[in-house]
Design a protein around this ligand. Structure first.
Ligand SMILES: *Cc1c(COP(=O)(O)O)cnc(C)c1O
Length: 393
């Protein structure tokens, strides 16, 4: 099997699994309990929080563990909408956010908030002028994703935070795809709140954190016990937090070499596909994109058929995102970058990892060429198109 869907989820690294294992069967105490048996576990949770905080240039007490990216996104938006309700009721976000942001924003609209959804250009970048013009006296939050999960485009985070702060507005970023893949220093970039998720960087599913800059008042999303300094109730998920810390340390150590390796593979993949498969476009910014992301549209092809045939060849890819697959609507991200429905339908996202090899990439492109050719040969639309092209000559 060739796994090229690392934006959907990643493998738990053996080192990460090993670090977690004792906390299931041996060190199973509740980290909040008073005896030494639990105290040792609490120390490991703290060490993990410290490693993660160091990685993003934050203070450990600005890191709040959650149940993952979706919860962090929900918390940032709902928590601030609640704590800042006397300041205003307007939020600015973008049309290309993950559904964890978009559906939360839609929920808040039903509660009476106003939401502006910024457009993006053909590469998937927001327009800073449009952002500034969207700001109102009652704007409480700007939430723009760090990097898009479908097309990989990286947004101008520092410029966005500067605009937000010039107007006294908080800036949240969904960095689930960027975290561990792109260097992030929350102070350098002016990030006030940031969502991340463990399972996108070789930690288990169901763990993440929300970075909340010191001094920001936010209502908890999960009420109950006093865990996470009273801000996120629920018995501390020690094993997952410790695994997340181990994954972050690995990501930090390998960031430079991994980026260089993945960019080489990614660019080889992009260059071969564009050169060898006609009527194909690359989606997302050519250079300001995640090191492991490639996203294409093949004209006259249904993304779903493509995925099935790739699967038969042992290749795991995705069409749009895992969250929208199963629905027949084309991706909201591809529509936002201006693609017509029929072209957006023929999309394929391939996201690699440091475990992917050049042979994997070459095998994938060879198969892809065959499959696209086969599907087009069965397409009446393609036949028409070729006929018209011939007539035009
Ligand atoms: C995967 C993802 C999420 C959701 O994270 P979970 O931990 O799966 O809840 C949110 N935002 C982006 C950009 C993602 O890629």
């Amino acid at each position: 099997m060739i796994y090229l869907d690392n934006a959907a989820t990643t493998r738990v690294k053996p080192e990460v699994f090993e670090a977690m294992q004792p906390y299931f069967t041996e060190q199973y105490g509740n980290p909040s309990s008073a005896y030494a048996f639990s105290g040792k576990i609490a120390q490991q949770v703290d060490a993990s929080r410290k490693a993660i905080a160091d990685f993003i240039g934050a203070n450990p007490n600005e890191v709040y563990f959650t149940g993952g990216g979706s919860e962090s996104d929900n918390w940032a938006l709902k928590g601030l909408a609640c704590s800042l309700k006397n300041k205003g009721k307007h939020i600015i976000t973008t049309k290309i956010e993950h559904h964890a942001i978009l559906h939360t924003a839609e929920f808040l609209e039903k509660q009476g908030l106003d939401v502006t959804y910024l457009n993006v250009d053909a590469d998937g970048k927001i327009d800073l002028k449009e952002l500034e013009e969207a700001i109102r006296p009652d704007t409480i939050l700007i939430s723009v994703m760090f990097a898009n999960n479908e097309i990989g485009t990286i947004e101008p985070i520092k410029e966005i935070s500067e605009i937000a702060h010039k107007h006294g507005i908080l800036f949240h970023t969904d960095a689930v795809q960027a975290f561990g893949h792109v260097k992030i220093d929350v102070n350098e970039l002016g990030i006030d709140l940031m969502s991340t998720s463990g399972h996108k960087i070789n930690a288990p599913k169901g763990i993440g954190f929300l970075y909340i800059r010191k001094g920001i008042k936010i209502e908890p999303l999960i009420h109950g016990g006093a865990q996470e300094r009273g801000m996120r109730a629920g018995t501390t998920n020690a094993a997952s937090i410790i695994g997340f810390g181990a994954a972050v340390k690995l990501a930090e150590e390998t960031l430079a070499s991994r980026t260089e390796y993945e960019v080489k593979l990614r660019d080889h993949l992009i260059e071969r596909v564009l050169a060898e498969i006609p009527y194909t476009r690359l989606n997302g910014h050519r250079t300001d994109r995640l090191p492991n992301n490639a996203n294409f549209c093949f004209r006259f092809i249904e993304g779903e058929s493509l995925l099935i045939l790739l699967d038969r060849a042992g290749i795991c890819g995705s069409s749009g995102s895992a969250c929208t697959s199963g629905s027949l609507d084309p991706s909201h991200v591809l529509l936002a970058i201006g693609l017509p429905h029929e072209i957006a339908h023929g999309s394929l996202r391939l996201t690699l990892s440091e475990e992917t090899t050049m042979e994997d990439i070459d095998y994938t492109v060879d198969k892809l060429k065959d499959i696209v050719g086969k599907l087009r040969s069965m397409s009446p639309l393609y036949e028409d198109f070729v006929k018209k092209q011939k007539e035009a000559k």
